[in-house]
Ligand binder design. Structure first.
Ligand code: PLP
Length: 380
């Protein structure tokens, strides 16, 4: 069978290798503490589940208009306007997950040989999506700057040129938890305007922060016409399996991307979109409770690591922490899994060798247990 060059440019997700190994160990009866996961360990809020069921019972089970049901697009536009973006329902495409939104945006914006700049460490799928679109990657390493963007603006300036078509910014960031300052975003604006670059702003962790208030990049003066805002329901409302996300941007982008959307997914699942309206309207309390729990776990993890002399940059958002490890990070993560039965993800999967990504979407008891085991195995 012949396989396309396109598909052979990408590797399977590196995080899968760890979860496969963890699953094998569990099948053999081992008790694995899984700190590798990228999803909240909370149920979807009850009222959102009820809205989904009601929508199904009411017969909302057919195709919807391709870009989404009007009520959800309008509710999303209202939310975006609350964030300070000047968007109407017609500026929004509702997708099965933010991942699909990113995929469609990148396919729409990137041609063969186009240069795309990523800020490392970066979420694993950006690279694959750019390669699938035929783009060339140019990467800026934020690790020497404690994962902050502001002190790395000179390097970003060196990386960007008139050849650059697209920059991807993710704040709060997976895997670092960094929230970029307004000065950093203004620096991005200056470079984007200078070199006429479109910027994707992946804001999927926007609701999960610990004091920091992330600015939506499209609200920075001069960015409205060159920003594609990505968001989704997986993280804020613990809805990973529902598959619901969206992107918003200038009308011409929506019109072009809408072609790909209609010829690939047709539309996001009908009753899930109805549940999405409820999630945006009536979940303030559930989100607050979840973020409080993450905040406690974050403190707990930082304390426990601090007691072992480990100094990790403090995450300001999302539910991940990048922990520096003494050995090669792939080896360290394999040992952590095999010897301590603790699953983490090697930093090199994100372009940050020398770190392990720890997800604290797990109970304090299990996080404590993981630290104890790592100490016991001489890995901390
Ligand atoms: N963007 C980032 C940075 C993520 O971490 C994830 C999920 O892990 C996504 C996008 C995609 O989320 P979903 O497709 O579940 O909405």
């Amino acid at each position: 069978m012949h396989f396309s060059d396109r598909i052979q440019r990408v590797e399977p997700s590196a995080t899968l290798a760890i979860s496969n190994l963890a699953a094998e160990l569990e099948a053999e009866g081992a008790d694995v503490v899984d700190l590798s996961v990228g999803e909240p360990d909370f149920p979807t809020p009850e009222n959102v589940v009820a809205a989904g069921k009601e929508a199904m019972d009411a017969g909302h089970t057919g195709y919807t208009s391709s870009n989404g049901i009007p009520e959800l697009k309008e509710t999303i536009a209202e939310k975006l306007r609350d964030d300070g973006l000047d968007h109407e329902a017609g500026n929004v495409i509702v997708t099965p997950g933010a991942k699909q939104a990113l995929y469609e945006a990148i396919q729409t914006l990137v041609d063969d040989g186009d240069e795309v700049v990523l800020l490392d460490p970066a979420w694993v799928s950006y690279e694959a999506m750019v390669k699938l679109a035929g783009g060339d990657l140019n990467r800026v390493d934020l690790a020497p700057h404690d994962f902050q963007l502001e002190p790395a603006l000179d390097e970003l300036g060196e990386a960007m040129s008139d050849e650059t078509e697209l920059l991807v910014v993710n704040s709060p960031s997976n895997p670092t938890g960094a929230v970029y300052s307004d000065a950093a975003l203004e620096g991005v604006r200056d470079l984007a305007v200078e070199h006429d670059v479109t910027v994707i702003s992946d804001e999927i962790y926007q609701e999960i922060t610990y004091g920091a208030e992330p600015t939506s990049l499209g609200t920075v003066e001069g960015m409205a016409d060159r920003t594609v805002t990505i968001n989704g329901f997986s993280k804020a409302y613990s809805m990973t399996g529902w598959r619901l996300g969206y992107f918003a941007g200038p009308e011409e982008l929506i019109s072009e991307a809408g072609k790909l959307h209609s010829h690939s997914v047709s539309c996001a699942t009908n009753f899930v979109q109805h549940a999405g309206v409820e999630a945006l309207r009536n979940t303030d309390e559930s989100v607050e409770e979840m973020v409080e729990a993450f905040a406690e776990r974050r403190e707990f993890l930082l304390d426990r690591l601090g007691q072992q002399g480990v100094e990790a940059p403090e995450p300001e958002g999302a539910f991940y922490l990048m922990m520096p490890v003494a050995a090669d990070d792939q080896t360290w993560c394999e040992q952590a899994l095999e010897e301590a039965h603790v699953a983490t993800v090697p930093g090199s999967a994100f372009g940050a060798p020398g770190y392990a990504r720890i997800s604290y979407a797990n109970s304090k008891e299990r996080i404590g247990e993981a630290v104890d085991r790592l100490v016991e195995a001489d890995l901390l």
